[in-house]
Design a protein around this ligand. Structure first.
Ligand SMILES: [Zn+2]
Length: 95
């Protein structure tokens, strides 16, 4: 139930809020996308996730990976593409 809290600590460094509306996680529901059984990410809050189109999904998930890279971690292009694909599929944009 509180898995996203762990993810927030492990993967949310430098990302304290929604990349789209800028609202802070302390008072906005998070939409967490699980790209593996143990790892999730959350560039968007729940309302922004619900209204986002395919282009926005791509934009903000890529932006999140870029923010992670800026924090000094290595993430491959394949990893970035995979996260975007998971998010698009979760949204139902991939058949
Ligand atoms: Zn938002």
């Amino acid at each position: 139930m509180f898995n996203w809290v762990k993810n927030l600590i492990g993967y949310g460094q430098g990302v304290g809020g929604c990349l789209r509306c800028g609202d802070k996680w302390s008072w906005k529901p998070i939409h967490s996308t699980y790209y593996s059984t143990t790892h999730g990410c959350f560039p968007l809050c729940q309302p922004c996730w619900q209204t986002a189109g395919p282009n926005q999904i791509q934009r903000y998930y890529r932006e999140l990976v870029k923010l992670w890279r800026r924090n000094g971690s290595f993430y491959s292009q394949e990893f970035e593409d995979a996260i975007v694909a998971v998010a698009l599929e979760e949204k139902g944009f991939l058949a």
